[in-house]
Design a protein. Structure first.
Length: 74
């Protein structure tokens, strides 16, 4: 259920909010990679989770872009 709720929440956001969230996710991913390299990151699953979050955001952004394109064609 958690994943479905997260997806619903992401779909309810505007493109600007999604882009801001995407930027923050990339920054977090970079921090996690750095922490892993200096052996400071205890749970390396955070890297995988952040990558999945980024993929979800990108997918929803693409869906929104395709909807706009379809609206313009109609």
């Amino acid at each position: 259920m958690k994943r479905k709720d997260e997806i619903k929440e992401l779909r309810s956001k505007t493109e600007k909010e999604l882009l801001a969230l995407l930027r923050k996710s990339y920054e977090d991913l970079s921090k996690h990679h750095f922490q892993e390299k200096i052996k400071e990151l205890k749970n390396i699953n955070k890297i995988k989770a952040e990558k999945i979050k980024i993929a979800r955001i990108l997918t929803i952004l693409r869906e929104k872009m395709m909807e706009k394109i379809d609206e313009k064609k109609a």
